[in-house]
Design a protein around this ligand. Structure first.
Ligand code: R5P
Length: 351
């Protein structure tokens, strides 16, 4: 008997330890404090250097502080990233757009993801509001890389368990990822702006080429307007030519809708094409304001009433123009993060 009691004494602490390890729930659900302020117990949001403004806005919406990262360079130019807070068993979101300098920002993200994984994060979501390599989505010349696919592989290899992004250049890019992707769209935000500010009773939504027709079609449907498509051929990275406009645009106001504005070449050519076709006023809606090279000069000189973009890409002060209206996607990203964290549907946001 005394042997049996001795055995129980030995086994009990281990059994308790085992039970507590099994039974303790992992807290992913937001907890409400008595003051109704939602506390996301195991949720942490970090940001690389590409778009701190958006990251701050997302955290403001979530009512949590932006967690701390130390990103610096060694004297040999290698990047150094250190996570400055405990992330063990936490649900981690790292915000980084693939904006200029693109390669540098991608590397910052990859090293940060790897650091999170090494620090025993429970789940890591790469939040990439602008995934620039989505434009490299097909093999349209010999001996080239489909780099959009390569970047997707790199994110997973570095430690991302899932990706949250917005308005990929082509829907098919979603399929490049072998981890779950939540693909948001800014269409409702941009649409709401136009509907509130302008009389859209005589408006047509215009796609700048056949490739963007599906996207513009979704926007037109949300706006409840007709649509038209311009026949565009890309000659090089910076030059495009356009011809025919398919659809009824004469005497109407036009909203050119695109995923991104890079050099502005597509837009300025589209404006000329639409003017020739007899449109009245021209507006622009686009998710990603990349604004590279001559974009600002091109767009300032074009007859465009308003260019509505979002803050997926940070716009430096010297590129801010009078016609530019920037809408924040921060609230939408915050809501998506909240839903991913608590296991709610993200798709339901767009139904
Ligand atoms: C191209 O297919 C995209 O949808 C955009 O039209 C393009 O990225 C805009 O580039 P850019 O402003 O340099 O013409």
């Amino acid at each position: 008997m005394s042997h049996f009691i001795f055995f129980l004494e030995i086994i009990r602490p281990k059994a308790l330890l085992y039970l507590s390890a099994v039974e303790e729930p992992i807290q992913l659900e937001p907890q409400k404090t008595p003051g109704e302020r939602i506390m996301y117990c195991d949720l942490k949001v970090f940001s690389g250097n590409s778009n701190k403004g958006l990251a701050q806005e997302i955290c403001r919406q979530l009512d949590i502080p932006l967690s701390k990262l130390d990103i610096s360079r060694f004297s040999n130019d290698n990047l150094f990233v250190q996570v400055k807070e405990n992330v063990r068993e936490k649900d981690i979101f790292v915000i980084q757009s693939f904006s200029r300098p693109v390669s540098h920002h991608i590397l910052e993200l990859l090293i940060t993801l790897d650091a999170m994984r090494s620090a025993s994060a429970k789940r890591i979501t790469a939040v990439v509001p602008y995934y620039s390599y989505a434009r490299s989505d097909k093999k349209d010349a010999p001996r080239i890389s489909i780099a959009g696919r390569l970047m997707a592989d790199l994110l997973k290899t570095a430690g991302a368990n899932r990706v949250l992004t917005m308005d990929l250049h082509a829907d098919s890019v979603h399929g490049f990822f072998s981890i779950p992707v939540d693909h948001l769209t800014a269409i409702p935000i941009i649409c709401d702006h136009f509907q509130r500010r302008f009389d859209i009773s005589n408006t047509v939504v215009v796609a700048t080429d056949a490739g963007g027709a599906k996207r513009a079609g979704r926007f037109a449907q949300k706006m409840n307007t007709s649509m038209a498509i311009i026949d565009k051929r890309r000659i090089s990275d910076t030059d495009v030519v356009q011809g025919l406009v398919v659809g009824d645009v004469k005497g109407k106001d036009a909203i050119i809708f695109d995923d991104e504005i890079s050099t502005g070449g597509t837009l300025t050519t589209s404006v000329k094409t639409l003017e020739k076709a007899g449109v009245r006023k021209i507006f622009v809606g686009a998710t990603h304001p990349v604004l590279s090279g001559p974009a600002v000069k091109n767009l300032k000189d074009a007859s465009i009433e308003e260019i509505v973009v979002t803050d997926t890409v940070e716009i430096p002060d010297n590129k801010k123009m009078e016609q530019l209206k920037v809408l924040s996607v921060g609230p939408l990203f915050a809501e998506a993060i909240k839903r991913i964290h608590s296991g709610e549907s993200v798709g339901a946001l767009f139904r």
